[in-house]
Design a protein around this ligand. Structure first.
Ligand code: ZN
Ligand code: ZN
Length: 242
C-alpha cells in the first residue's frame, strides 16, 4: 500500500527538491521521503547539484552594451554581489574574474567598465591592475611634454596643473620613474635652465605654474636687487626732502 503522501512527494521530486527540502515542506522524516523516492525509482538529488560557476551563471542577466547584471544575493553592508555555495560565501566579481582569467584576483575584483557592480567576466580588474579606463598610459617624449599635456591655462593668464597632487598638496610630475615638482619642470621649460634652490610662485593665483610666474634663488636675488635699487633711491629722496 503506497504512502498517503506519495503523490505530493512525487510532485516535489520532479520539481527538483532534495529529500530534506521535501520533508520540511510536507512535515515528514527525510528518510521516509528517501524511501518513497526509491519506491518510485527516482534518483537522489545531489546536495549541491551545481558547480560554483554554474550557480553563478544562473544569477546573471545580460544587459545592453555587453554588461552582465547580478540578479542574486547582495551583502547587507554595501550591497555587493555575493553568492553562497556549499556553505561558503563568494564575491560574484571574484568568481567572474576567475572565469575570465583562470586564476584568483589579487585583492579585490571590481568592474572597470563603468557600470556599477557589473559582473561580466571580461570587465573585471583586480587591485593589481585596477586603473581607471579613461586614462590610458601615455608615453611622453620629455618631462616638458608631459607638463604641457597636464596643464591648463586660466582666463586671466595663469597656468594650472591637472596632474597628480600629493596629500600634502605637492604637484608631482613623474617622468622616466623620477618624480619632480611640476613647478620645477615648469620653471625649467620657460627659463631654459635648472632652477637654483626652491621654486616659488610670484603671482597671486594659488597653484599657478606658469613659467614667467615662477622664481628661484637666482631670480629672487635679481628682483631684490632691483627692488633695493628702486626703494633705496626712493628712500634717499624721501630722506633728503625732510
Ligand atoms: Zn561591464
Ligand atoms: Zn600665475
Amino acid at each position: 500500500m503506497p504512502h498517503p503522501k506519495t503523490e505530493a512527494v512525487r510532485k516535489l521530486i520532479s520539481a527538483g527538491l532534495t529529500n530534506k527540502a521535501i520533508g520540511k515542506q510536507l512535515r515528514m522524516e527525510r528518510q521516509t521521503v528517501g524511501q518513497i523516492r526509491r519506491e518510485l525509482g527516482l534518483p537522489d538529488v545531489p546536495r549541491q547539484p551545481l558547480t560554483v560557476e554554474q550557480k553563478w551563471r544562473q544569477r546573471t542577466r545580460k544587459v545592453p552594451e555587453g554588461h552582465l547584471k547580478w540578479t542574486g544575493e547582495r551583502t547587507a553592508a554595501g550591497g555587493k554581489p555575493v553568492m553562497r555555495h556549499s556553505g561558503k560565501a563568494y564575491s560574484a566579481t571574484r568568481v567572474a574574474y576567475r572565469i575570465a582569467h583562470g586564476k584568483d584576483p589579487e585583492g579585490y575584483a571590481k568592474p572597470g567598465c563603468g557600470m556599477p557592480d557589473c559582473v561580466e567576466p571580461t570587465h573585471q580588474r583586480d587591485t593589481a591592475d585596477h586603473r581607471p579606463v579613461h586614462t590610458p598610459r601615455v608615453q611622453y617624449a620629455s618631462a616638458e611634454a608631459k607638463l604641457a599635456a597636464l596643464t591648463e591655462p586660466t582666463e586671466d593668464g595663469h597656468v594650472l596643473w591637472t596632474g597628480t597632487v600629493t596629500s600634502q598638496g605637492q604637484q608631482m610630475l613623474t617622468f622616466n620613474g623620477v618624480s619632480y615638482t611640476a613647478r620645477r619642470i615648469a620653471f625649467r621649460a620657460h627659463w631654459k635652465r635648472e632652477p637654483v634652490g626652491p621654486v616659488t610662485r610670484a603671482c597671486e593665483q594659488p597653484g599657478c605654474i606658469r613659467g614667467e610666474h615662477l622664481d628661484d634663488n637666482q631670480s629672487r636675488r635679481s628682483h631684490q636687487a632691483a627692488m633695493q635699487a628702486v626703494f633705496g633711491t626712493a628712500g634717499h629722496r624721501m630722506k633728503s626732502r625732510t
